[in-house]
Design a protein around this ligand. Structure first.
Ligand code: NDP
Length: 483
């Protein structure tokens, strides 16, 4: 696996430059410096990719699940064997700690591929018998050429989460990683080549969202879109794709509540609340950014949480002691800082953080922000209603279940929720009423890949994960046979 100063598209099995010959600068967040260049692809590259995918589809869709399983597991093996290279590229490109790239992002990427490579071997469909009359069976067939577009926060992790089920179920794919974090997608293309993935089955086109990304959405031959990213982008994609009757899976933003009852296991809760607040600099759609604490333990929680947050080490991502690396880009850091300023205007008190970290030497121009805790805000103010997507959380006391449910459900989003309580009845009552696609009780980010994953309200449409993803990437056809 080799990184390169000039990243290439992967189209028709070849690593090639964009048709226009134009490139975009790729900035490394830890140093703030340009370190490589990304193809500035446009509709002509997408057209080429679609033609390659259409040529590949007849063979790939009919070659049998065993062949697809073998090739996909080979790709997974190659990623695993090159863990260090992939992890280094991920951290350099996104700013996240190398410890996280090595233990979370890259292992999850090859796990995604293995999961769907094996799942397709067991994928079955229903049959419906009409007594003494007929039998119906559901034929599930790949859709054709599909588009997968992913964001920058978990680059290879989310890229493979979409591509693997699409390929396993026999589709050919046009995929675009975020322009902000393209490098591991480039390495992934090399792994596909090495594993013997037939040309055109997967095409990776780099470039800007509104240009290369939109060309995928608009292309009439691309029949389904699996997208993860911001809610506004999702809305724009739906606006274009819905009148074309494309199948759509949209995994969008979140503003997740973390609800802490006084009867919780305090030590476990505080440990996981640090993780759910600040992992990956809070740049995970599942982070719990609104923390509601039952009043009897509010002061104890506040003191302990602030103390432990101040111990977190913000630093360059390649140090093994770094807890929080660099934010993904200057513009994103400025957006997060603007929310800290807004919180002050809205009457919030900054209990810790709130400022960039002054770095020295090579990392002086990188994008580093202290983890920030804010208190004293109204649950309905903008800081508590809009997605910030950074290392910024608010803490608020509450007195009753009804009250906290009202706060938790007051946002436009509905992705995930975390509950901390030892009362099983309460956990079930709350889980039933929380408006979210995922509810964690006494844990956070514990994922079984077989479970449905997705959001309600403005957090998205459709579900990923397990059989849901294989169903999304296939069309169901009922065949009715009379006897
Ligand atoms: P964006 O919506 O800005 O971008 C996501 C992807 O879409 C990128 O590849 C982007 O390309 C591309 N894109 C942008 N505009 C268009 C367009 N008009 N047509 C087609 N593609 C387009 O999201 P971010 O990358 O900023 O990611 C952060 C967001 O993702 C947060 O809101 C977060 O909550 C959400 N997210 C949701 C998850 C979930 O599972 N629900 C998981 C992870 C993140 P480019 O980068 O080149 O602009």
């Amino acid at each position: 696996m080799k990184t390169d100063k000039y990243i290439k598209n992967y189209i028709g099995g070849a690593l090639i430059p964009p048709d226009s010959g134009e490139y975009i600068d790729n900035i490394s967040p830890p140093t703030g410096e340009v370190y490589s260049h990304i193809p500035d692809s446009d509709e002509s590259d997408i057209q080429k990719a679609v033609e390659a995918a259409e040529r590949a589809f007849p063979d790939w869709s009919t070659c049998g699940v065993e062949k697809r399983y073998r090739i996909l597991t080979r790709i997974a093996d190659i990623i695993e064997q090159n863990l260090d290279d992939f992890a280094h590229a991920e951290s350099l490109d996104s700013g996240k700690p190398i410890t996280m790239s090595k233990s979370v992002d890259i292992p999850r990427a090859h796990a995604n591929i293995r999961f769907f490579a094996t799942a397709i071997m067991h994928f079955a469909s229903e049959s419906h018998h009409m007594e003494k009359n007929a039998v119906n069976f559901t034929l599930r067939q790949p859709i054709g050429v599909v588009g997968c577009i992913s964001p920058w926060n978990l680059p290879l992790y989310l890229f493979t989460w979409k591509i693997a089920p699409a390929l396993a179920s026999g589709n050919c794919v046009i995929a675009k990683p975020s322009e902000v974090t393209p490098m591991t997608a480039f390495l992934f293309a090399q792994a596909c080549e090495e594993a013997g993935l037939p040309p055109g089955v997967l095409n990776i086109v780099h470039g800007l969202g509104p240009k290369a990304g939109e060309a995928i959405i608009k292309h009439p031959k691309i029949k389904a879109i699996s997208f993860t990213g911001g809610t506004n982008t999702g809305r724009e994609i739906a606006r274009i794709a819905a009148p074309m009757f494309k199948k759509l899976s949209l995994e969008l933003g979140g503003k997740n509540p973390n609800i802490i009852f006084a009867d919780c296991d305090f030590d476990k809760m505080i440990f996981d609340t640090l993780r759910s607040s600040f992992s990956n600099n809070g740049q995970i759609c599942l982070c719990g950014s609104r923390i509601f604490v039952e009043r009897p333990i509010y002061e104890k929680f506040k003191e302990e949480f602030v103390k432990r947050t101040q111990f977190l080490k913000v630093g360059e991502p390649f140090s093994p002691v770094t807890d929080l690396g660099a934010m993904v880009s200057q513009s994103h850091m400025e957006k997060v800082m603007s929310y800290i300023e807004l919180a002050k205007v809205e009457g919030g008190e900054i209990l810790c953080g709130g400022k960039p970290v002054e770095m020295e030497g090579r990392f002086e121009k990188g994008f580093y922000l202290r983890p920030t805790i804010i208190e004293g805000l109204d649950p309905y103010c903008r800081t508590n209603q809009e997605e910030i997507f950074g290392p910024v959380v608010t803490i608020m006391p509450f007195d009753t279940e009804e009250e906290v449910l009202e706060y938790a459900n007051s946002v436009d989003y509905g992705l995930s929720c975390t509950l901390w309580t030892k009362d099983v009845s309460r956990a079930n009552r709350m889980a039933e009423q929380i408006q979210a696609g995922v509810v964690w009780v006494n844990c956070w980010l514990l994922r079984d890949l077989r479970t449905p994953f997705g959001g309600v309200k403005n957090s998205g449409v459709g579900r990923e994960g397990g059989l849901e993803a294989l169903r999304f990437f296939t069309e169901a056809k009922n065949v009715c046979i009379k006897y």
